[in-house]
Design a binder for this molecule. Structure first.
Ligand code: NAD
Length: 486
């Protein structure tokens, strides 16, 4: 059939690079010192998308020394001068929004509607927002200095948005960066580095080193890096915390979640059903703060589940570049297998499985929207992050029981409460162990609001003024009054 709209420019970009990408170090692409590569596939078709450099010690060393060399001059720029760079990056994202959105959809397998309307605009907004903080740096953070050289390791579920969450504040506040995108989704980070360089970002300020977990580990262990910012699984987060302990490196961790989505008897049921669609089927459920535990008050549970099932039957699963679909591909076969195995474990442990009779595309990694009801709170599907389009539903009687059930988790990233009684919603919200609580809403993000977790969901915040502090260190200037800017 004809190439979906917007495909052409992305294919041309891939062709220009002959389908093979080096690391982006000190302002240009370079192959791995070892010559090693790995393959990146299109989740929707299984086809090879690109060959990607596999970063080793020499590559990480080169990136770190480029970042170290660039950091002094970058930090010495006035806040206004750095803000001009961030505004340029934000405008550059908007100018190339379609290309970035298509590359992201091909590489990750997520719907173009989401990359076009959510991921890419939010990323641009993040750069605009942080341009503002750069401008205010001399007055708002006069007693703070940049952390220095920062290693940033990000996951595959929102490759470009997670890049923005990490890179924008780091650069705005005078740090330089070595970024490692996830092995499943390296392309938009490489595209961004290329475009940023063309937009005038000085060499060495942003370096992208690609590779798998070992490359990430080399960054984490590097002696000349001042801070590690990590988003990914709780398991790897724990490893990184151990490895950096006692190293003097600063650390922020944004990890997994198993967020409760609480529906009270008096909730607006239609709105809550749409909320679940957004909470667990957006991005195929591969969302750290996905409302994956649906807790429904007993009185409304039968009606709620019935409406939810009906709505599930109308969801369309298809190719990422098809604008009419609601869900597209799971990022990789290994993730698909993980979802399948967790769901069958849930069924073995007594859950009732519902999947609507909808058609899945052939080839590629696809999984239907799925609902598990009658789930026991101790069941593996109620406690483990599935990271797929699987809603797990449990019922409760009283608000106290809802709170107890909601907080029965090692995680504490997000929560969502649905009730038309604002007093009840706020009472419950206050008692939930979560970094963010949404009331009659879900998955709302804004660059001006700090996002992050509690418990095993990690620590540190991204976004807003609190996010800026993660890229600064306090420094006392004692003796006489000094000006911090040039
Ligand atoms: P992952 O931990 O497997 O990988 C994340 C990144 O870490 C990748 O770039 C990977 O190459 C790298 N990595 C792997 N092993 C490493 C090691 N030993 N040392 C250093 N780096 C290493 O996670 P994933 O499967 O890519 O992402 C899914 C997870 O991310 C989920 O648990 C999800 O909840 C979480 N997540 C959290 C947030 C948040 O803001 N809290 C946002 C998005 C995703």
């Amino acid at each position: 059939g004809p190439a979906p709209e917007g495909d052409t420019e992305a294919r041309a970009w891939l062709a220009r690079h002959k389908g093979e990408f080096g690391h982006f170090i000190n302002g240009g692409f370079v192959a791995s010192a070892s010559g090693k590569t790995f393959d990146s596939f299109e989740p929707a078709t299984g086809a090879l998308l690109a060959k990607i450099a596999r970063g080793g010690r020499e590559d990480v060393n080169a990136a770190v020394s480029a970042a170290r060399k660039a950091q002094g001059a970058w930090a010495k720029l006035s806040g206004h001068a750095r803000a001009r760079h961030l505004y340029a990056l934000a405008r550059m994202i908007q100018r190339h929004a379609r290309l970035i959105a298509v590359v992201e959809a091909l590489d990750n397998g997520k719907p173009i509607r989401e990359t076009r309307d959510i991921d890419i605009p939010l990323a641009a907004r993040h750069f605009y927002h942080h341009a503002g903080w750069a401008q205010l740096q001399d007055t708002e953070f006069a007693d703070q200095v940049p952390v220095g050289v920062v290693g940033q390791v990000i996951p595959w579920n929102f490759p470009f948005l997670m890049l923005a969450w990490k890179v924008a504040p780091a650069l705005a506040l005078g740090n330089t960066v070595i970024l490692k995108p996830a092995e499943f989704t390296p392309l938009t980070a490489l595209l961004f580095a290329e475009l940023a360089s063309a937009a005038g970002l000085p060499p060495g300020v942003l370096n992208v080193v690609t590779g798998e977990g070992e490359t990430g580990a080399l960054i984490v262990e590097h002696d000349d890096i001042d801070k590690i910012a990590f988003t990914g699984s709780t398991e790897v987060g724990r490893l990184i915390r151990e490895k950096t302990a006692g190293s003097g490196k600063s650390l922020t961790l944004e990890l997994g979640g198993k967020s409760p989505f609480i529906v009270f008897d008096d909730a607006d049921i239609d709105a809550a059903v749409e909320g679940v669609v957004d909470a667990i089927w957006f991005n195929q459920g591969q969302v750290c703060c996905a409302g994956s535990r649906v807790l429904v008050q007993e009185g409304v549970a039968p009606r709620f589940h019935e409406r939810l099932k009906r709505r599930m039957g109308t969801l369309r699963v298809g190719h990422p570049l098809d604008k009419a679909i609601d869900m597209a591909a799971i990022v990789a076969p290994v993730q698909l297998q993980r979802i399948e195995s967790l769901v069958s474990q849930g069924v073995t442990e007594g859950a009732a499985l519902y999947q609507p009779p909808i058609e899945l595309p052939n080839g590629g990694s696809f999984y239907p929207p799925t609902l598990l009801t009658a789930v026991q709170p101790t069941s593996v599907v109620a406690t483990e992050e599935i990271f797929g389009p699987v809603a797990v539903s449990m019922t409760f009687r009283t608000p106290e029981e809802a709170i107890q059930l909601a907080n029965h988790s090692r995680y504490g990233l997000a929560a969502s409460v649905w009730s038309e009684t604002i007093g009840l919603a706020l009472h419950v919200a206050a008692k939930l162990a979560a970094g963010v609580v949404w009331v009659n809403a879900t998955n709302l993000f804004d660059a001006s609001s700090g996002f992050g977790g509690k418990r095993e969901s990690g620590f540190g915040r991204e976004g807003g003024k609190e996010g800026c502090y993660e890229y600064l260190k306090p420094k006392a200037w004692v003796g006489r009054k000094l000006r911090t800017g040039p």
